[in-house]
Design a protein around this ligand. Structure first.
Ligand SMILES: [Zn+2]
Length: 144
């Protein structure tokens, strides 16, 4: 039985020449299992990463899509693929929880040596992956 991915986002990022995919440890071990690769590294707070052995971030996106991960659950360098907004949008940016989609995100640690950790007030997610979404500057009334 193949494992199943949870609702958590996959974030693809590059560190030096290595492209990593990070997500919850459950998702990453499932990913490693499906790709039949090893080398899952735990980053802490339930977040793991794995290098899928691709050279470009785009290839990692293709890889995830081939495994059935929808674009709405893939982010590259913390920018979600599908929520990417056109320039010209001058709205305010909000942080979105990668697990439940809530915008009730608070910074969990004080600025210091560690990378910023975020905490979701709704589902309790703690981690350094959050999504930034831009809201329209003004909201329009009416339906449609
Ligand atoms: Zn949440």
């Amino acid at each position: 039985m193949p494992c199943k991915f949870s609702d958590a986002f996959f974030n693809i990022y590059q560190e030096g020449r290595i492209v990593y995919i990070e997500s919850t440890c459950g998702n990453i071990s499932c990913l490693a299992e499906q790709l039949e690769i090893g080398g899952v590294e735990e980053e802490g707070d339930g977040i793991c990463r794995v290098a899928p052995g691709v050279k470009k971030k785009e290839e990692a996106v293709t890889l995830l899509k081939r495994l059935g991960v929808p674009e709405t659950k893939i982010a590259v360098e913390n920018e979600p693929l599908q929520l990417e907004v056109e320039s010209g949008f001058s709205g305010r940016r909000v942080l979105v929880c990668p697990v439940c989609g809530s915008t009730e995100i608070v910074v969990a640690n004080v600025a210091g040596l560690m990378p910023t950790l975020y905490r979701c007030l709704r589902c309790g997610y703690i981690g350094r992956i959050v999504l930034e979404v831009e809201l329209p500057a003004g909201s329009k009334d009416g339906s449609g």
